[in-house]
Structure formats: C-alpha cells, structure tokens
Ligand binder design. Structure first.
Ligand SMILES: [Zn+2]
Ligand SMILES: [Zn+2]
Length: 330
C-alpha cells in the first residue's frame, strides 16, 4: 500500500467481501512499471491518483471461492483496470479510456498487489488454460500498445521506428510483429536492452538518431521524454505517422516546428491508456497464442520483497525488462 507519497508498506488486511456485480480474485502475478514509481514518489498528475491505495494494475489472477456465472472459482482471469461509468459520451462511443469519471484499479482504487482484489465482474476476461500467468499479467501494457497501434492505423509491411527501450517500447516491437513490418528499428539509450529488443523482434537496436535513420512510415515515441518528440518527428517520412505513447514528466514542453509538420504532411497522435475493445482484442490474441509477452520478464520477487522489486525498477544498470511480484508464493 502507498499510504501517501513516500510512505509505502506491506500490511495485513481483512479479505474483502464481493458485493453484487463484483468478483473476488486472487492475483498470482503483478507487474510493476514506471507509473507505479511515480505513484510511490508522488510524481503522478494528482488528477489520476487517490491515496491511500494498493498498487498493481498489470496482473493476472484466479477467481476465488464465491465466483459464479461465466467466472467460476478457479478460472484464470485478467481484468480491465479502467472502470468506465458506461453512460458518458466517451463510454457510449466505445472510447472508455476517455470516460468522464476517471477510475482505475491501482490508481484511484485498490489494485492487485495483494492476496485478494475486488473487481467489477463486467471487466473480467477469461484466460485459456494454455496461457501462463506471466504472459497474462502483461495484457494491460500490451492493450495500451495495441490501442496506440490501432489508432495509428498501422498496416502490413511498414518500416517502423520505436523510440525507447523500456517495457512499453519493447512490447510495441512485439505487437508490431502482428503486422509483418518490413523493418523495425529501436532507438534506445541503454545498450544492455539490445538483446531483449532482438527477442521482441527488432531488426536493429541503435543509440543515436543518425544511426537509426529516417523515412519511417510509423514512429512510436515510447520513451516518455520530451527530447524524443523532436527525434520522432524528424524520423518520420513525408506523410508518415508519429504516435506519442510515452508519458513525459507532467507539464514539460517540447519545441516543434509547425511548418515542418505541415510541409511533411505528418499525422501526430497521442494515445491514452486502452479502450475496452483494445483489451478484448489483446486477450483474444493472447488466447490464440499470437502474443506471448512474457519474454519481457527479467526480474521476479515475492510480495514480501516488494522493496527489492521497487529498487530493481529504479535501477538503470544492466538488462531490465518487466519486474514482477509473485503474490501467492509469498
Ligand atoms: Zn503500468
Ligand atoms: Zn464514462
């Protein structure tokens, strides 16, 4: 639990009781990401977080006793974290990521880094027995990436540049494989990530924009740095698309050259979180065996060693993909 910025602790609580429309789930694997660090440190835009809260928005689990209907006890599930109100303009248009009422597990309500978590049953998705807990736990970041790629109108045989070498960037490389790209290049900062990028499906890993090249059909900014925005715009071909997926520090500005955007007929878009339909498609691809994002996991810790997991997440040393907490082995 993060009680307040800078106050993180592990504590015993009563097992929550499922009310109408709720499922009680026993999380077995929970991923941590940079956003969790921002919550721990109090750096996240206050509009998107409500303390105190239990962390955990990237996870998979097993329905606990009392599950029923489509989700009997013992079913492996993944659960959409964004809880849409269902009746605002965004929700009715299927853009649940734009719901007027921002509410998300692990942000404004308790997340899954616990032995039990309560979720709205309408947001649960069944995971096939052929899919492991670790692959399933990565559905959330994969859905974020899937939504951005769908929004960017990705097509087959494109040349793509992904800026960044963290989990979102590497998942972008992995998902782009679904569209058989002509070339996928990663522009990163940490050479130690090159091996993971290759496993994800990257043809090249570069650390200098000049080496990465230009003329890309699609450029995805997944580093969350304002400097990377200029690199992204410069690397797109005329008529290309630049998708901004990384989240730069709250309030930071970037310099762009508007005439260049017009003259080069660029499409620039931002993508926030995921829609319900992106989540649905991602789970389908996972259940079909077309996505296996578990390759990304490089660090695992029991829940009791949560502080070591957080330290690993902060470290910039060595190769680091996804950092996981194993809950039920604790
Ligand atoms: Zn995350
Ligand atoms: Zn809504």
């Amino acid at each position: 639990m993060v009680r307040a910025p800078g106050q993180t602790l592990l504590l015993e609580r009563d097992v929550p009781v499922a009310g109408p429309g709720q499922l009680l789930v026993r999380p077995d694997v929970v991923g941590l990401c940079g956003t969790d660090l921002e919550i721990i440190d109090g750096r996240l835009d206050p509009a998107y977080v409500r303390y105190p809260l239990v962390l955990g928005h990237e996870w998979s689990g097993i329905v606990a006793a009392g599950g029923q209907g489509a989700f009997p006890a013992g079913t492996r599930v993944v659960v959409e974290g964004v809880v849409p109100c269902g009746h605002c303009v965004g929700c009715r248009a299927g853009r649940t990521n734009l719901c007027d009422t921002y509410d998300e597990l692990g942000f404004t309500r308790d997340g899954a880094a616990a032995e039990h978590v309560l979720v709205p049953s309408t947001l649960a998705h069944r995971v096939e027995a052929t899919v492991g807990a670790t692959d399933a736990a990565l559905v959330e970041p994969a859905a974020v990436v899937y939504r951005a790629l769908s929004r960017a109108g990705v097509g087959p045989g494109q040349r793509a540049l992904i800026i960044g070498d963290g989990s979102v960037a590497l998942l972008t490389v992995h998902l782009l494989g679904l569209w058989s790209p002509a070339e996928t290049v990663v522009l990163g900062r940490r050479p130690a990530q090159a091996g993971l990028a290759a496993t994800a499906g990257a043809d090249r890993f570069e650390t200098a924009p000049e080496a990465a090249g230009s003329g890309f059909d699609l450029v995805v900014e997944a580093a969350g740095s304002v400097d990377a925005v200029a690199d992204a715009l410069a690397a797109a071909r005329r008529g290309g698309t630049v998708a901004l997926l990384g989240l730069p520090p709250h309030g930071k500005t970037a310099a762009v050259v508007p005439s260049d955007i017009v003259n080069r007929d660029l499409t620039i878009l931002g993508s926030f979180s995921y829609t319900s339909s992106a989540w649905h498609d991602t789970v389908t691809l996972l259940n079909l065996g077309r996505l296996r994002p578990g390759f990304l996991v490089t660090h695992r810790y029991p829940l009791t060693a949560w502080d070591a997991a957080v330290a690993a997440l902060r470290s910039t040393e060595g190769t680091r993909g996804k950092v996981l907490l194993d809950i039920q082995t604790t």
